[in-house]
Ligand binder design. Structure first.
Ligand SMILES: *Cc1c(COP(=O)(O)O)cnc(C)c1O
Length: 371
């Protein structure tokens, strides 16, 4: 049997090849490789898709998060609350602007921030909260916003994995003061390299983020702010524009296949929970298994690739050792990091391949795993 593809990037490239090639050739012809017309076209289309006033495209999701914190004026002496069970970028950017990451444990069912722990973690130094919409669904952003608003703290959604997901009908990246997504190739809406975007309906913040993205100024040779080179390439914008008309179909397929997995996997491997009011885009379809390493190896041998997101929590990473956290401080995050296993998930996964995966997972992951 041929091996199954984990992320579907190659198949996607093949299917949309004509439209993508056409868009790429247009860019080569006009040769405006930096901030060309496709960049503005994409920003207008995505702002409307997400349902906010402004989209500011950026060089990557990481760059976007850093620009968001700079625009909010977060710096030395400040604290930023986030989770330890996420990709490194979420906390990396806090350090890059000179602030301190303060970790709060996750809810073991959704893998997103445990909102009950948020208020106790806030201090006079808290200058921002970065909830992460991990694996493709949003946390309870209304409750987070109301806790944050009591102290006037802005919320920045890390929507790198959840572009296309909704909560109470509102799109991810469009619910908080600032939303930030990533167009890394394997994310739900990916380009052919690095890319990302910021979303807000606040005019001042939008101007600031736009300026910081382009060396701190909106006009050439005028630099009122300390900025960076954080622009999205025209070529990447063109590729995303070619893919955009297919995105809603892809989101629906991800949802359908995710539900199909959950209906047929044994409960012993703890399928993902979709929280009330949410839709899930399954950037990762992640289960919990008791003997993970052994199960992953058996699946690999049978032609089923798997991924582990994430094998180590951020408070266990050497780069954050000086924060003074210890093993045991975030029990749910640590337990998740030992048990999670992500299965192949993309809109082009066939039902027969999925059935094969389910059969093998049910066979190899039969040992009970409890939350
Ligand atoms: C991918 C990712 C990022 C960073 O995005 P890049 O475009 O790779 O810089 C940030 N946060 C989370 C949760 C991610 O998964």
């Amino acid at each position: 049997m041929p091996p199954i593809d984990f992320s579907g990037v190659k198949e996607q490239t093949r299917r949309y090849a004509d439209e993508i090639n056409l868009r790429i050739h247009r860019v080569i012809e006009h040769a405006c490789f930096i901030m060309g017309p496709e960049v503005v076209e994409l920003e207008v289309a995505l702002a409307s898709y997400v349902g906010v006033k402004h989209c500011i495209s950026v060089a990557s999701g990481t760059t976007g998060l850093e620009i968001a914190l700079r625009a909010l004026g977060v710096g030395p002496g400040d604290e930023v609350i986030t989770v330890p069970f996420t990709w490194i970028s979420t906390a990396e950017v806090v350090r890059l602007v000179g602030a301190r990451p303060v970790f709060v444990d996750i809810d073991p069912h959704t893998y997103t921030i445990d909102v009950d722990l948020l208020a106790p973690a806030m201090t006079e130094k808290t200058r921002a909260i970065i909830p992460v919409s991990l694996f493709g669904q949003m946390p309870d952003l209304e409750r987070i916003a109301s806790i944050a608003a009591e102290r006037g703290v802005p919320v920045v959604e890390d929507a790198a994995q959840s572009f296309g997901a909704t909560r109470r009908g509102r799109r991810s990246a469009g619910v908080t003061m600032i939303g930030c997504t990533s167009f890394f190739p394997a994310k739900p809406f990916g380009c052919y390299g690095d890319g990302g975007a910021l979303f807000t309906s606040d005019d001042d913040l939008a101007d600031k983020m736009r300026a910081i993205r382009t060396h701190g100024g909106l006009r050439r040779h005028d630099h009122p702010l300390l900025g960076t080179n954080g622009r999205l390439d025209t070529m990447q914008a063109a590729i995303l524009l070619a893919k955009l008309p297919h995105f809603e179909w892809e989101v629906r397929e991800r949802e359908r296949l995710g539900a199909r997995y959950s209906a047929s996997l044994r409960p012993s491997c703890v399928p993902p929970v979709v929280a009330p009011f949410n839709t899930h885009v399954y950037a990762q379809y992640t289960i919990r298994v008791a003997d993970r390493e052994q199960a992953a190896e058996k699946l690999e041998t049978a032609g089923v690739p798997t991924g582990i997101y994430y094998p180590k929590c951020l408070h266990e990473q050497p780069v954050f050792s000086d924060l003074g956290y210890r093993i045991g401080d975030f029990a749910q995050s640590e337990k998740a990091s030992r048990e999670v296993l992500s299965l192949p998930m993309h809109p082009f996964l066939t039902e027969s391949d999925q059935d094969r995966i389910v059969e093998l997972v049910n066979e190899f992951c039969a040992r009970e795993c409890t939350i």
